[in-house]
Design a binder for this molecule. Structure first.
Ligand code: GLC
Length: 719
């Protein structure tokens, strides 16, 4: 018998249910209810894990109550949303994904885990793997964007990083620098109806399996030790009670043996969903579906004893859940040393190195959306007018999940540019606030533009306007920022000064007029602690921009959902044919396609070749293409490989992403890239939703984005 099995035998029912109960401290508020009496619950064994508490001393004090004052001295574990950093903030996930650099993604997760674990955190509620094709949904900012292949790559990188995986093993959870990762929110949270937060989700099972499950499968295969179901229902079955998806697909089909932790109050909310009449019913449903830990609803604590008495739940179910939780605590090394993740602050050189990584990550997450007249990079000695409510906004740079970061610790755009160009070269005026209707500051802003060689307009959302509970039906510039922008653009035209706009947001903003009128627009998303330094690096040309948008950018809200992997339909758009798929008032194509991003160099792709011309299911297709930097500066190019199976038993998307590669080339340099595609990855789900492989021709497309006019193509024959 194992030590945890022996421990289980000594536990009372209340102590068992305590291990299945996670309560929140008040250092962060991430849900609608706050726990009362946490310390006494820990002493009595009524709570087995705590979220939203960090800091070595605080964690030590709370842990001491468990391991010195509770009857069985079972250690707690501590969870926190370390989504993109703890104190050192990396770019928000959607921004970091724009770097299309899995090694970077893993590196920042490793560093975030180190930093959080030093202050008592054992588990991060990350990575968030929800594919989103709807910028109205606020949580788009937290995830991988629109593509499941990108989501799967992000899952692998983040799970390995947070859990300090090394070459020998998937997870090194005993490491004091490791965090238990939680793949969330399982699954298909992204397609909430009309982009409205927490709304119902009703999509086909094919889309669930083709689009929303792959990243979770990748997380499980990478050794993730926990999964969090989504708040939402899937076609009427709440994910928190979705026995077929949790017990069936996740645990049985995929072999996931880890812990399933509910989202905040989600078990109790099965009542609001209308599938449970009261807490005992809700608890019974969730436990039967395989949910081990009840985060903050107390449905297990107060409902499971009733459900047991009514025969709606069994002690065997409870025991199985408790063993999974105790096993996780054992893997985390908490029975050996409950204080192993309370080592306290790190030395200055470590923090400096981490900030340098944050700057590198931010630099590569910036996406140059438009660039006319080569106004960038800024010429040395340029005099700048830095205008707008996001110019001197350090507190906004960290985005909506800023964990334990001190907001003032981020570098603002203004500070970054002053540091790069010298303060005398930079004038500043906010003009207007991020929200509100007060335009009285626009006059001063226009005066600040006088004499400037370049006007840098800093516009966008506040950090709190994306993330959880932050859907926007009209995702455009908030407040009266458009009035400011139009006034500055008009004045700039009179002055002959170019306008470079830095756009901060947790989603694509629908601002076609801005893309039309500004000389350049750089999507900064929310770049984290080193925001201003990274933006200055790109604007001054120290680093050429290399970010690519991981989500299609709509021209109009009316186009949503818009994404590259659309199926063709029976009347695909044809310019001169009325009876084909189109709108009367807006083009079909996005403002910017998936993968779009400009740079200061100019890359030429040529000589696409594929071997072998015919490939069997167990073979591998080698795609090669030559890339030349025909520009005048070093830059990084990202090349994507898409496929289209034009004739199959199921209509296939017109573009399916399969792989990508990056290369950094000096001016004039050329390289030959190779992208390998195992033919088995061309399987798809047949009519019975089981993987099938169909011989025949498949079109391969290679290029810098999902803009089909810029893709080179060739054929491969599957046999
Ligand atoms: C929140 C979020 C979830 C987060 C959890 C704990 O409601 O939905 O992503 O991890 O609660 O803060």
């Amino acid at each position: 018998m194992s030590a945890i099995e022996a421990l289980l035998r000594r536990m009372s029912l209340a102590e068992k249910i305590g291990q299945l109960t996670m309560s929140a401290a008040d250092q962060a508020v991430t849900g609608p209810v706050i726990a009362q009496g946490l310390a006494s619950d820990v002493r009595s064994g009524a709570v087995g894990s705590v979220l939203n508490l960090h800091g070595s001393e605080r964690v030590r004090a709370m842990q001491r109550l468990a391991v010195e004052e509770s009857r069985l001295r079972i250690p707690l574990f501590f969870g926190l949303d370390v989504i993109h950093g703890f104190r050192t903030l990396f770019p928000v996930p959607l921004a970091e994904v724009a770097a299309f650099d899995p090694e970077l993604w893993e590196a920042t997760a490793r560093e975030a885990a180190c930093e959080a674990a030093r202050e008592g955190v054992d588990m991060t509620f990350a990575p968030m793997l929800d594919v989103s094709r709807d910028p109205r949904w606020g949580r788009t900012v937290e995830g991988p964007g629109e593509d499941p292949v990108v989501g799967s790559a992000l899952a692998r990188a983040k799970v390995r990083g947070f859990q300090q995986a090394d070459r020998a093993q998937d997870a090194n959870l005993a490491s004091p620098a490791a965090l238990a990762a939680v793949a969330k929110h399982f699954c298909a949270y992204g397609p909430v109806q009309a982009g409205r937060e927490y709304a119902s989700v009703d999509i086909s099972e094919r889309t669930v399996r083709e689009v929303h499950l792959p990243s979770f499968a990748a997380a499980v295969r990478s050794g993730v030790v926990a999964v969090m179901p989504a708040f939402t229902d899937l076609a009427g079955i709440p994910m928190t009670a979705h026995r077929e998806m949790l017990c069936g697909w996740l645990r049985q089909q995929l072999g996931f043996g880890g812990v399933i932790v509910s989202d905040y109050n989600a078990i109790g909310e099965l009542i609001a969903h209308g599938v449970a009449g009261e807490r005992s019913g809700a608890a019974a449903l969730a436990l039967a579906a395989g949910v081990d830990i009840d985060m903050m609803s107390d449905a297990y604590r107060y409902g499971l004893p009733v459900a047991l008495a009514r025969g709606e739940a069994s002690e065997a179910q409870i025991d199985a859940a408790v063993l999974r939780v105790l096993s996780l605590k054992e893997k985390l090394g908490l029975f050996d040393d409950p204080y192993r993740r309370c080592q306290g602050a790190e030395p200055a050189p470590t923090l400096a190195r981490r900030r340098a990584l944050a700057r590198r990550a931010a630099t590569h997450s910036l996406v140059l959306l438009t660039h006319r007249g080569d106004v960038l990079p800024l010429q040395p000695g340029s005099r700048l007018a830095v205008i707008g409510p996001l110019a001197d906004a350090a507190a906004e740079m960290g985005g909506s999940w800023a964990a334990a970061a001190e907001h003032h610790a981020s570098v603002s755009v203004l500070a970054g540019l002053q540091s790069a160009l010298g303060a005398p070269a930079v004038t500043y005026a906010p003009g207007v606030a991020i929200t509100g209707a007060n335009t009285s500051g626009i006059v001063t802003a226009l005066q600040a533009c006088e004499g400037a060689d370049v006007i840098v307009l800093c516009l966008g959302e506040a950090a709190a306007m994306s993330g959880e509970a932050a859907s926007r039906a009209i995702p455009q510039l908030p407040g009266c920022q458009r009035e400011l922008a139009q006034a500055v653009l008009a004045r700039a035209a009179e002055l002959g000064s170019p306008v470079v706009t830095i756009l901060f947001s947790g989603r694509p903003l629908v601002v076609p007029w801005l893309f039309e009128q500004a000389d350049a627009v750089l999507a900064a998303w929310f770049p984290g602690s080193e925001a201003g330094a990274a933006i200055a690096d790109v604007l001054t040309g120290k680093t050429a921009p290399s970010g690519r948008t991981p989500i299609s950018w709509p021209r109009s809200v009316g186009q949503i959902p818009i994404f590259h992997a659309q199926r063709p339909g029976g009347r695909p758009y044809a310019a001169n044919n009325h009876y084909t798929s189109q709108y009367m008032d807006v083009p079909n194509d996005p403002q910017f396609p998936f993968g779009h991003g400009l740079t200061y160099a100019h890359f030429e792709l040529s000589n696409l070749r594929v071997t072998p011309a015919q490939c069997a299911e167990d073979g591998s297709i080698e795609v090669r293409i030559d890339v030349r930097n025909a520009g005048a500066c070093t830059a990084r190019e990202t090349v994507f490989l898409f496929v289209h199976d034009r004739l199959a038993s199921i209509a296939r998307p017109v573009l399916e992403l399969k792989a990508w590669q990056q290369v950094e080339l000096n001016a004039g340099e050329q390289a030959s890239l190779q992208l390998s595609l195992p033919a088995c990855e061309l399987r798809f789900l047949g009519a019975d939703l089981r993987p099938c492989y169909e011989p025949g021709e498949v079109q391969l497309y290679v290029g810098p984005s999902a803009d089909r006019t810029r893709l080179l193509s060739t054929l491969v024959h599957l046999i």
